[in-house]
Unconditional design. Structure first.
Length: 299
């Protein structure tokens, strides 16, 4: 019964266990940041950071993130970045992959919000084509923008998508995605420009647990989150805004890879039984991204 869910009254299931299961990702795609830099300002975090990235340090940090994904058991796939596309390393944004009930791989290509990032998409499209995915496109005449898994986040282990909108993705995109993939989408309006992608304020940890920054959502959004997750861990302002705590990544429902120094969130994660792996992404924070933005989970 695919549909868009925008308020808690529209939830048609009582518990997440009522939804059909979806395999956890096995692979992770990353883009080597050899041409990464902050060259322009398209989100509030990039202001005053133009020209300030230490490329050597960035590559070191990126390698640490890559080795953590490897260590927790994901098969890491690499794409080389391109000169003139300094944000290409943030490979959560150019696509939304999906595996259907027959184990066929599908992907929606994004319509990037900023002109500066539009040329990134064909490189990913080519990779997906070479790697056996059926490719889908949104109608650019009707849908303004959509930034892939920056805003569209799969529920852990269930055929349910969470769809953020307001800054980088249009609400309309989710109707097409829901119809094509035949999955329900819970839409969440993003209320604060600092948290411009859903992955900056919302992290699915396991089927029953989310990590969020509550101030980034509307009342309706918070109601939906609390209606679906039994356990909601909240990040406080400093760790959410300065350290991108909610941009953590938990691909297997157990191991959380997170920016180093999120003391309060890490304690809450450990108390809830998660294994925390801290890593520095300081060079990427300058561009408004951290762990979750630097990868694409795949099957
Ligand atoms: N999924 C993410 N939040 N990605 C971060 C993208 C950062 C990039 N500088 C941008 O503004 O587009």
């Amino acid at each position: 019964m695919p549909q868009l869910i925008t308020t808690a009254e529209q939830l048609f299931f009582n518990s997440i266990d009522d939804l059909s299961s979806m395999p956890l990702p096995t692979d992770v795609l990353m883009v080597r940041p050899l041409h990464y830099s902050v060259d322009y300002v398209i989100n509030p975090h990039m202001a005053n950071q133009v020209g300030k990235v230490d490329t050597t340090e960035a590559h070191k940090e990126w390698k640490m993130v890559r080795s953590l994904f490897d260590r927790i058991g994901l098969n890491v796939r690499i794409i080389e970045d391109q000169d003139g596309l300094p944000d290409m390393v943030f490979c959560a944004n150019q696509s939304l992959p999906y595996i259907n009930e027959e184990d066929h791989r599908h992907v929606f290509m994004s319509i990037m919000h900023a002109e500066q990032r539009k040329k990134e998409v064909p490189y990913f499209e080519q990779w997906y084509r070479q790697n056996g995915h059926e490719i889908h496109y949104l109608d650019e005449r009707k849908i303004e923008n959509f930034e892939g898994c920056g805003d569209a986040i799969w529920h852990s282990g269930r055929r349910l998508l969470w769809g953020g909108y307001g800054h980088r993705s249009s609400l309309d995109a989710y109707q097409t995605i829901s119809d094509t993939f035949n999955v329900p989408v819970i839409t969440l309006e993003l209320a604060d420009e600092t948290f411009y992608h859903l992955d900056t304020c919302f992290c699915v940890l396991d089927e029953h647990t989310a990590l969020i920054y509550p101030e980034a959502f509307t009342e309706h959004g918070l109601e939906l989150i609390h209606a679906v997750f039994n356990r909601v861990i909240e990040a406080a302002e400093y760790e959410a805004e300065e350290l991108f705590a909610c941009n953590a990544c938990c691909p297997d429902g157990r191991n959380v890879i997170i920016q180093q120094g999120c003391t309060d969130v890490n304690k809450k994660l450990q108390d809830a039984g998660f294994s925390v792996h801290e890593v520095s992404t300081s060079e990427f924070l300058k561009s408004g991204g951290s762990v979750f933005c630097m990868k694409m989970l795949l099957w």
